[in-house]
Ligand binder design. Sequence first.
Ligand SMILES: *Cc1c(COP(=O)(O)O)cnc(C)c1O
Length: 426
Amino acid sequence: MDHFNYQNGELHCEDVPLARISEDVGTPAYVYSTATLLHHYDAVAKAFAEVRPIICYSIKSCANLSICRLLRERGAGFDVVSGGELYRALAADGDPANIVFAGVGKTDAEIHQAIDARIGWFNIESEAELENLIAIARLRGASVNAALRVNPDVDPKTHRYTSTGKKESKFGVDLERARRVFNDYGRQDAVRLTGIHLHIGSPVNSVEPYVSAITKTLGLIDALRGDGFAIDTLDIGGGFGAHYKASEAPPAVRYAEAIVPLLRGRGLKIILEPGRSIAANAGILLTRVLYLKKSGERDFLIVDAGMNDLIRPALYEAYHFIWPVAPAAGFVPAQRGEGVSMPGLRLMDVVGPVCESGDFLAKDRMLPPMQRGDLVAVFTAGAYGMVMASHYNTRPNPPEILVDGNQYRVVRRRETYEDLLAAERE
Ligand SMILES: *Cc1c(COP(=O)(O)O)cnc(C)c1O
């Protein structure tokens, strides 16, 4: 479910035609739907309501301040992975008590910043990091809460770059080591080690890896409690899927049906860290056809968005459904996703202007006839899209537009050439 639909042959975000947005702000541009963001957030909140979770929206998936504020107003806390994201969470009026801070390489400055902010939990990724946190907290006379990130050795069956819960991953510590960490560090008060954190990867389009990871982790929690440690918090991370190729992601309620029974009556405060499942299909990248080109037998559609604007196809071999905003008569897709077939489509590569062969948005894609100037939508680009944009080729970052009903706001303006040089002119 999202709010990007063809009405009278023209793609709209909620009630706003995308063509109107492009006339106003140009292309490329990221466009987000408020109703979709809230729908997906509410779906998670409702599905897991029985365990009264703290839902810490994963800022790194889609970080725009207005989107963070929107979700914060709906009740979200934040999952942050850097000092910059913590700064952003606080700027969005995030309640520090509902902020969790993960990441394998927290710097001393970031740790001080998070202690100053009085965040809810440090999610600890290694013994060395924990030792450092203890030392800094003691120096400050502070007492902080921490959850140990464990690595339950499950295979989430996702791309190797986004799989984080296998034993050989750099994240967390394995279950046997977790007991040793508690024995070595679990009895001091500078860092109150009372939680366990998990994040197995993303997107995880089935419930089994969660069931397996949580079951193993509950075994660990029982053992730790048996050893006298007061474990009161379980953070099960993010990783719920989104629709890229079809309707491949289970709805929040499917995950909850499998997960909630495991957690019932355990006396644990539950934290969730969804990112992609909230933001991914709440956003599209709007781009324009610059040129059509034939090279050998291959047809290229050259558009004005490149890998610097959306790197997922190059980085993860990710699939994004692409379709014209106002397709020629007869080419409005009945559904979106892989395998849309209708007579008259042509096989094309959709590529950007960046000087790299890796600069493509789609390869070998059946697309309707298009011409120079046509607007094109790259779907399911809300998560890990704009947040990964770079300035490669000295290309300014696109603007971000947030649609709400028949209104829209520019929530990040397009960067200028002056912006790009600003930090170099000190
Ligand atoms: C990236 C990340 C998330 C969010 O993952 P999604 O797949 O976007 O839901 C949650 N927790 C941690 C620790 C992460 O690194």
